[in-house]
Design a protein around this ligand. Structure first.
Ligand code: SF4
Length: 75
């Protein structure tokens, strides 16, 4: 089972937590400095939406739990 992830990018504070915790899945977008899903896991090329593989599930969840503004949604 993969995990569906959305990032409410407009409210990202670029605190770095998610891309340090799960660098395989999150990255800092060079254009606006906000968190993005890495290209490989994007859905429809959207940097705010992704589908993560099962083996990254725990790291993705940890990132979401640690986000200080709680804008990473995992389903
Ligand atoms: S943890 Fe949250 S606020 Fe911090 S960079 Fe990631 S999405 Fe942005």
């Amino acid at each position: 089972m993969s995990v569906k992830v959305t990032i409410n990018r407009e409210e990202c504070t670029s605190c770095e937590t998610c891309w340090i915790t799960a660098p395989e899945f999150f990255e800092q977008d060079p254009a606006d400095s906000f968190s993005s899903v890495v290209e490989k896991y994007r859905v429809g090329g959207n940097p705010a939406e992704g589908e993560g593989p099962d083996d990254l599930k725990d790291k993705i969840q940890e990132s979401a739990d640690s986000c200080p503004v709680q804008i990473i949604e995992v389903a």
